[in-house]
Design a protein. Structure first.
Length: 573
């Protein structure tokens, strides 16, 4: 039955608009449905009341109220009413009708038991706060709007010790309650031809109602979303409309699953199957809610990044991007723990195991943790941001991405360099994007034929260029005579270009240098030409050795010149 229902759900979800989510949903349903035996087994759901651990003395699992109810449902669902009678306290008058009582009690539970199985105590002592004697526990049934309690009684079994059984006083009321059962709405509405024909053990009327409980809410919410999109299209811009369209299907799926879960008690399914199927539906609901939250927060993060981009806050934009990734990880973990809790796994034990495993992983993955914290600290300190041009350990490039582990740098050679975030804490980082102005500093070398008047004209002309250029910071710009060097007269040009863009800086600097060249030419001066002297002299083996030296003016009686005067070959370059 479970396998066939999984196949049907698989065919239904093939038309789902998001194949990955649909495939994962089918996988979860397939995994959840085979746990039907575990669903009704004792101790598989989270505990409803504190108490000592259940004993394993009774092989039928009747040591707790929940175990007795689960065992009865399992036996009755497989039509083994002889085994189901072992969970009932039948007196001498009821022994002859034990199987009939079990069959009628099963129908009552299928029709009127709607509470989660987790609400039944899983403690050997039962629920001590229910106002009943300590040897009694209740299972609430809602019959025709009124509450009727099915009483469980704790008795001492010679072989198994203390066990819980469905009390004989409750069994005495079963025939009367069974006779008072009215037809379900399916039996009243559906044609008689569909009620008597079974398909995979279930009437076709029930299959029609089951499909309608999915198709009708889906069609209703889809129609509402289309109407809402039509109204939004007429009132807001395209960008907002597209954002709302992204959220349409997650909302539709969440609302459809919620309505379907609420309608399940009205379908008249068997209690055992309904409990297992409800669990699968809750797993799908958790996945759908996680999908919806991921879409909502993705749009929120996207809007925040767009706002930071318009404000030119690239550092905050990168921090928002990292926050989005961290949120996706936390949301996935939360959804996983919710699914495990629904499937009956003790999440407290799982969290304790995760904590112990986390310590072991942290000890073995110190570098990974270091890189994770390094990436967070880099963004919080605003040292780097996506799009920044940086020099990291003598490598210049543009930051393309900052992940939870590394920083990706696109170098000037267009290669992608991945740098661990932890290593950046000990590296030299020079961020060029954070500067508001760029320095121009160079030495101008004029020839020694320049007169004082020409030199003065050059200084005044260049200073005028600096003052009149709107892209030059006038307060710090200067041109000064700094040295009479060995080869030329040296002037220092020092100025800031008021732009953070390197391409614009190159254009301003080029224009400035051309203006300087025109000033020098107009003054009658010229830039110095580098000059070298090459001296060649014979060695002891009659070979020639060549020495190069700058053109340094020496006195005529210099000792070095006198020693080389016999074999000097002089050439000016």
């Amino acid at each position: 039955m479970n396998f066939r229902l999984s196949a049907i759900l698989d065919r239904k979800l093939q038309t789902f608009p998001h194949p990955r989510v649909a495939g994962f949903a089918v996988l979860v349903v397939a995994l959840a449905l085979p746990t039907f035996a575990q669903t009704l087994g004792p101790g598989t759901l989270q505990k409803a009341a504190p108490g000592p651990p259940a004993t394993e003395a009774d092989p039928l699992g009747r040591g707790t109220p929940r175990g007795t109810l689960s065992g009865f449902i399992r036996a009755a669902d497989r039509d083994d009413y002889v085994a189901a009678a072992r969970f009932m306290e039948v007196n001498d008058k009821q022994k002859a009708k034990a199987e009939e009582l079990a069959r009628e009690l099963r129908e009552l539970l299928n029709r009127y038991f709607h509470a989660p199985l987790a609400t039944i105590s899983d403690s050997p002592s039962g629920d001590v706060d229910d106002g009943l004697p300590l040897d009694r526990d209740r299972v609430p049934l809602k019959i025709e709007g009124q509450r009727v309690d099915m009483i469980l009684l704790r008795v001492n079994n010679p072989q198994a010790g203390p066990i819980w059984l469905i009390s004989s006083e409750t069994l005495a009321q079963v025939p009367t309650l069974y006779k008072g059962m009215e037809k379900t709405w399916i039996e009243q509405v559906m044609p008689q031809s569909l009620l008597g024909k079974d398909f995979m053990g279930v009437s076709r009327a029930l299959w029609v109602a089951w499909m309608a409980s999915i198709a009708l809410p889906l069609l209703l919410f889809w129609s509402i979303s289309r109407l809402a999109m039509f109204v939004v299209r007429k009132t807001v811009g395209d960008s907002r409309r597209r954002r709302l369209e992204v959220l349409a299907w997650p909302f539709i799926v969440v609302l459809t699953i919620t309505v379907h879960i609420l309608l399940l008690p009205l379908l008249g399914m068997s209690l055992g199957f309904r409990l297992a199927y409800q669990r699968a539906c809750f797993v799908l609901l958790v996945i759908a809610v996680a999908w919806l939250l991921q879409r909502i927060f993705a749009l929120s993060f996207e809007q925040a990044r767009s706002l930071m981009e318009r404000r030119h806050r690239s550092d905050t934009e990168s921090l928002v991007l990292l926050g989005q990734r961290v949120f996706n990880v936390l949301l996935t973990l939360a959804a996983m723990f919710a699914v495990l809790s629904i499937l009956g796994v003790d999440t407290k034990t799982a969290l304790a195991g995760v904590g112990i495993g986390g310590v072991a992983v942290a000890l073995g993955a110190q570098k990974t943790v270091e890189n994770l914290l390094g990436g967070i600290f880099l963004l919080t300190d605003k040292a780097l941001a996506v799009g920044d041009t940086c020099c990291i350990s003598s490598r210049v490039g543009t930051i393309e991405d900052i992940t939870l582990r590394s920083v990706r740098l696109r170098t000037q050679e267009q290669s992608l360099l991945s740098i661990p975030a932890g290593a950046l804490s000990q590296a030299n980082i020079e961020n060029f994007s954070s500067r508001r102005k760029i320095l121009v500093q160079t030495n101008l070398q004029l020839s020694y034929g320049t007169t004082a008047e020409q030199l003065k004209a050059v200084l005044e002309g260049i200073q005028k260029l600096l003052v009149e250029n709107p892209k030059i910071e006038t307060g710090s710009a200067r041109i000064r005579l700094v040295n009479f060097g060995v080869r030329a007269i040296e002037l220092e040009l020092y100025a800031y270009v008021l732009t953070p863009d390197y391409g614009e800086f190159l254009a301003v600097r080029e224009k400035l240098f051309l203006g300087v060249a025109q000033v020098v030419e107009a003054s009658g001066s010229a830039f110095a030409r580098p000059t070298e002297f090459i001296y060649a002299e014979p060695t002891a083996e009659r070979a020639w050795s060549v020495n190069t030296a700058p053109a340094i003016e020496q006195p005529e009686n210099s000792t070095a010149t006198a020693e080389r005067s016999k074999s000097v070959m002089k050439r000016a370059i």
